[in-house]
Design a protein around this ligand. Structure first.
Ligand code: DC
Length: 221
């Protein structure tokens, strides 16, 4: 079974996807982590995130591997586990910038398709239902207001000790939304056969319940 869970940053996809994977006994694939890993490499190399040519010419230097250990996704970048190094606000902005480059998307395509070819997955991203797994049995596009998403992200980053304000997180979300939804290649838009779910007024438990209802309306689980 393939479940595509797309939507903008901070819509709660990863929280819902993790709970679904547990409930259904399938693998949770966080595809944003792949773009973040390219962002991490580019930043460490000292490139500007808008240096498209520099990013493209760096791709042959990158060996990226994604595996699952006890159900946990583990990404290695040239042999080093990336861990939480990809979870900062700065790397999110690098990820957003590099993800607009078609060559970067092509570079990461097979890694994502191979995992879904070998396993039942709930895959969280932006273009899973439109590009990566157009034949997914279930496609959900999760949205929430920018304020609701910024509130969640702000709490998450503050809990990790990152120095940020609600306003700066909201501004970053608005900028990332613009980048991600207006880029030419694989923009963050719902597939024509996706179910759109606005979870602004749902808590985690309610969101998971709702997505399970959507899945049950499409396939027998
Ligand atoms: O889901 P995330 O916040 O970890 O994603 C980081 C960035 O990567 C996001 O700004 C858009 C991009 N991305 C993408 O273009 N396609 C995906 N399938 C997943 C993420």
């Amino acid at each position: 079974m393939k479940i595509a869970l797309d939507g903008p940053s901070g819509a709660g996809k990863s929280t819902v996807a993790k709970a679904l994977a547990k409930e259904l006994g399938i693998i949770y694939v966080d595809t944003g982590a792949l773009y973040r890993t390219i962002g991490l490499y580019v930043k460490r190399k000292g490139l500007d995130k808008s240096d498209t040519e520099g990013v493209i010419s760096s791709l042959p230097e990158i060996s990226l591997n994604m595996e699952f250990k006890d159900g946990e996704q583990v990404i290695t970048l040239n042999g080093e586990r990336v861990g939480d190094n990809i979870r900062t606000g700065e790397i999110a902005m690098y990820a957003s910038a590099v993800s607009a480059i078609p060559q970067v998307r092509a570079f990461l395509l097979n890694t994502q398709r191979d995992i879904a070819a070998k396993n039942s997955v709930v895959m969280d991203g932006r273009d899973i239902g439109t590009v990566i797994l157009p034949d997914a049995e279930v496609k959900v596009f999760m949205v929430a207001s920018p304020e609701a998403r910024a509130r969640r992200r702000f709490l998450e980053l503050s809990a990790k000790g990152e120095n940020c304000t609600f306003e700066s997180v909201l501004a970053d979300i608005i900028e990332r939304d613009k980048n991600d939804s207006t880029r030419k290649t694989a923009p963050c838009v719902p597939a024509s056969d996706a179910v759109i779910f606005d979870n602004s007024d749902y808590d985690v438990e309610g969101s998971v319940k709702k997505v399970i209802e959507i899945i049950k309306s499409k396939v027998s689980i």
